[in-house]
Every structure is written in C-alpha cells, then in structure tokens.
Write a protein that binds this ligand. Structure first.
Ligand code: ADP
Length: 398
C-alpha cells in the first residue's frame, strides 16, 4: 500500500510517498511559499530527476492538488491514479495530553487536535489545514495523525511538572510535553535492533541534534524524560533557539531594549542559539565548524557551549535512569558532524566512552562509533520521521 506522508507548515508542505510493504520511497518533495507570491513545488521521483516548478498556490488545497498531480503525472508520476494511494499520514506537532499514540482521523480527533491549538499556535492550525486540504481532495482515503508529542506521554509526573502554581497545570495544562517524539522513538528502537539487543532491556539516551535539537531518556522502551518543554524552546542550545535560560532574562531584555513579550520571544526563538552566540556568524554547523577551525573565537564559543549543554543533559539523564547503556546521535548535526559528536563525547569519560575515530568519520550509516571496549555504546542512527509516520499509518489500518 502506498502511503502519502504530509508534514504541513504555515506556508510550506513536505511530502513523501512510501510503499508501506517494502518501505521504499517512491517520491518526495516540497511546496514552498504557499499563499505568498512566488510559490514553488519541488518534486523528486525515486531514481528520477528533481523538478522545480513555479506554480501559484493560493492555499494548502492548491498545494495538495499540485502534489497529487505530480504523483499521478503521466510522464514523471509514480502512481497511475489516486486510487493507488491507500492512506495519508499527517505529522501533527502537538497532541497535548489527549494523544499518547497515533490515531486514525475522524471528526472527534479533528476536534481534539483543534483543542491543542493553544499549545502550538504556529504549528497545529497549519497541520489541521493540511488534513482538511487532503480530505477535500481525497474524501474516501483513510488518514492518520502522528504526533510529535505522543512518545513522550509516558514521562512520569516528576519529569513533566514545572515548579509553578499547580492551578496553571489544572487550568491550562502547562507542563513538559517534549517534541521530535517520532524521531526519538524511531531512533531508540532502531538502535536496539542494530545492536541486536532487546529494546525493553536498555537505557538509551537519544540526542536529536538538528536545527531544532532535543535529548530524550528512554528506559525499557518508554520515554522517561526529554529536554523540550511546553514548547520546543526549552532544553538544548539550538540553531536559533536559546534553550534553557533564566526566565528572568526575559523581563531584563524587555526593559533594557524596550521590547514587548512577543519581541522578546522572537529573539529567543529566532536570533539566539548558536546563531546568536556566534554573533550572527551562522546557525549552520558547517559554517560554525569552518569558523572553529579558522580560530574564530565566536564560532569556538558557540560550538563549545552547544556541546557542553548536550553533555550536561546526557549527565542528567544518566542520573534519571541510574545508568545508560547506549547513547545515539541523530538529525542534521548528530548524523553529519563528527566534530560535534567528538566534542560532546570528550565529556563522557566517566561513562567509559571511547570513540572509534574511524567509525565516527563515516557518514550516512547506522553504526556504532564507540570502540568494542567502550563501557557505554555510542551510535549514529539516521532518523527517518517520514518512514516512522508511514509505518504508524499502515499499522493503524491493519
Ligand atoms: P531541522 O529538521 O530541525 O530543520 P535538520 O535535522 O535537517 O534540521 O538539521 C539541519 C542542520 O544540520 C543544519 O542547520 C546544519 O547545522 C546541520 N548539518 C547538515 N549537514 C551537516 C554537515 N555535513 N556538517 C555539519 N552540520 C551539518
């Protein structure tokens, strides 16, 4: 069965068509600038050439229509008709406390996702628009919602409660939710498989280090803690997000710079992280690494501070689980930057971590990068959130 995986943002939409039985990718692409002048669709059939087409898209329904046209196009399409698309899997950012698992979409589910809009005002409404656009064009095709927060719903109360008045939890459900759950779940499970160990027997720390970055502690196959919080702003220092700071800094900046709460939030989300730390050199670790090697002190400081924060979270989660068997790196930086991995692992001598520099230098493999003697295993597992969404969707239909 072909499953169309949709990841819908406010002005962009990523898609992949995956054969659920063989788990092979048939085609993928991206619609950009939806509802804005100069919208564009990029489409790549597996084994074929990437096409970029400027096409007006007034809204997400137009975008999905273009996606479906591309997939069924006589020349470069990968299916003959829409009947060959058995289901659609939607990535949904926030499922609040309502969704501890993926689910097939019906009216009740749509209403429950809508109720989570307050918790993710930038993301959930866009996700819902994507579902509605697909339902309009494929009314009889089953659809599933796969939540970024669901995997973390197993966290115990002591890990998800903030030290705030309890009434805020009661009234507004203010608590830690965590994100990147599909990735943390996929990577931790896959690492156990590759290692040939039982998932349920392991204590695993997953470092999802991309532009957005988070760490999770997975014990006995269940998430017990994670670094992102009510929103994706908490935890690690990210590409442009600050991660953990003293909350009083917000008031301090607001007064000194005469900024509103929204303006301060924009600074913390878009101008901070390694971009801010490097004095606007870059949010991209390729540039920072080049800067580090060239001796640029701001790049050195940004990378050192980033790595130190990751190492501190690994320490915290080792304590939370009373040990760790396996540390996994994934996502853009985690998969590609041997330099960053090695900077982080330098802090892990107390866990008996010994890096195999040759293995650490390889790219694109599911691989142990620690030596056979290393007391704790360290691995790189490329994440594949789209495949995980396709699998979930397929499973729900069985
Ligand atoms: P997101 O999904 O959060 O946008 P990704 O997981 O795709 O992010 O990661 C993107 C980041 O990965 C880039 O900003 C860049 O910092 C980093 N990255 C990608 N390739 C490399 C590389 N070869 N070396 C170092 N960093 C890389």
């Amino acid at each position: 069965m072909n499953i169309l995986v949709i990841n819908c943002g406010s002005s962009s939409l990523k898609f992949q068509l995956i054969d659920a039985e063989t788990e092979k990718l048939s085609a993928k692409g991206l619609c950009e600038r939806i509802g804005i002048e100069g919208s564009k669709i990029t489409y790549s059939p597996a084994g074929g050439e990437k096409e970029e087409t400027l096409a007006p898209m007034a809204n997400h329904t137009d975008a999905i229509r273009l996606v479906l046209n591309a997939l069924t196009n006589e020349k470069t399409g990968v299916v003959k008709s829409l009947d060959e698309i058995g289901a659609v899997g939607h990535r949904i950012v926030h499922g609040g406390e309502k969704f501890a698992q993926s689910t097939l979409i019906n009216e009740e589910v749509m209403a429950a996702i809508t109720e989570c809009n307050d918790l993710a005002p930038l993301h959930n409404p866009a996700n819902l628009i994507g579902i509605n656009a697909c339902r309009e064009l494929m009314p009889d095709t089953p659809m599933a919602a796969v939540f970024d927060t669901a995997f973390h719903q197993t966290m115990p109360e002591k890990a998800y409660m903030y030290g705030l008045p309890y009434e805020y939890y009661e009234k507004y459900r203010i608590r830690r939710y965590g994100f990147h759950g599909t990735s943390h779940s996929y990577v931790s499970r896959r690492a156990a498989e590759v290692l040939g160990k039982k998932y349920e027997d392991l204590k695993i720390i997953v470092c999802h280090l991309g532009n957005g970055a988070s760490v999770s502690a997975v014990m006995g196959g269940k998430c017990v803690d994670t670094s992102m919080g009510l929103t994706p702003l908490e935890g690690l220092i990210m590409g442009t997000r600050s991660g953990d700071i003293d909350p009083a800094i917000m008031e301090f900046i607001a007064h000194k710079e005469n900024k509103s709460i929204d303006e301060v939030m924009a600074v913390l989300n878009k101008k901070s992280g390694v971009l801010g730390l490097s004095d606007n050199l870059s949010s991209d670790f390729r540039d920072l690494e080049a800067g580090y090697r060239a001796g640029n002190p701001r790049a050195v400081n940004a990378m050192e501070t980033f790595a130190y924060r990751v190492a501190k979270y690994i320490g915290a989660y080792t304590a939370a689980m009373n040990g760790v068997d396996l540390i996994c790196f994934t996502a853009g930086v985690g998969e590609n930057s041997a330099f960053t991995r090695s900077m982080i692992c330098r802090y892990l001598g107390y866990l008996g971590v010994e890096l195999d520099e040759e293995a650490n230098g390889r790219r694109g493999e599911e691989i142990a990068i620690s030596t056979p003697e290393s007391r704790t295993v360290v691995m790189v597992i490329p994440t594949n959130e789209e495949l995980a969404i396709a699998r979930e969707t397929y499973r729900l239909l069985q």
